[in-house]
Design a protein around this ligand. Structure first.
Ligand code: SF4
Length: 227
């Protein structure tokens, strides 16, 4: 039972001499406490922000204080993806595949201006303007690059978010279609979107015919101008 202030109470009659020795909690609290203090990040970085992430794990900032020092070399053993660096379009399939290989519950922290929105390379032909176009992001850490302190603040924010979750509402225990929250990558407008493949084939065939018979096009122009 919970009071209006959120404190847990109990109907059980507790003797006075034992009152200080009994701790009342909920399954959600224990579940969240254990998860938030043992997040295992995946050991991968994309650009300069990764250097800041690496030194956050080293002795001076010491991620071990948060139970996060175990950077895993495989997504199958990680529950936190720190996207640290510029997301190029060439890297999109790899990032999405790594995310899909992580077991639930899993979280994503977007680190730095590049991962948040493209950063200084936003207008670049090869850079994605934000990793949240592909995978759901839980926490954004601004900066170019963010300092280790900023990353730690982002991680503490993530811990607070986890602490507010409830087993009854988290997506990974729901019975609905899981593809609802599994990302399907959409490539940029200058790359091929395979879902439009029929239209692309039709247009490619039309241009091929136009190139092979330019006279038919030329013949069509005077007609059009006469009209
Ligand atoms: S945000 Fe700045 S430091 Fe981080 S990857 Fe982009 S350019 Fe490098």
């Amino acid at each position: 039972m919970t009071t209006a202030e959120g404190a847990l109470t109990s109907d059980i009659d507790i003797p006075d001499e034992a009152a200080d020795n009994i701790f009342i909690t909920s399954l959600d609290k224990i579940y969240n406490w254990s998860r938030k203090n043992s997040l295992w990040p995946m050991g991968f970085g994309l650009a300069c922000c990764a250097i800041e992430m690496i030194c956050t794990a080293a002795s001076r900032y010491d991620l071990a204080r948060f139970g996060m020092e175990v950077f895993r070399a495989t997504p199958r053993q990680a529950d936190l993806m720190i996207v640290s660096g510029t997301v190029t379009k060439k890297m999109i399939p790899t990032i999405v595949r790594l995310y899909n290989q992580m077991p639930e519950p899993r979280y994503v922290l977007s680190m730095g201006a590049c991962a948040n929105g493209g950063g200084p390379f936003k207008e670049g032909y090869n850079v994605l303007d934000g990793v949240d176009k592909l995978i759901p992001v839980d926490v954004y850490v601004p900066g170019c690059p963010p300092t280790p302190q900023a990353l730690i603040y982002g991680l503490i924010t993530l811990q607070e978010k986890i602490d507010k979750q409830s087993i009854r509402t988290v997506p990974w225990y729901r019975k609905e279609d899981p593809t609802e929250y599994v990302p399907i990558p959409v490539l940029g407008p200058d790359l091929v979107d395979l879902r439009q493949i029929d239209i692309i084939r039709r247009e490619a065939e039309k241009s091929r015919i136009d190139e092979a018979h330019p006279e038919s096009e030329e013949a069509a122009i005077p007609e059009a101008s006469n009209a």
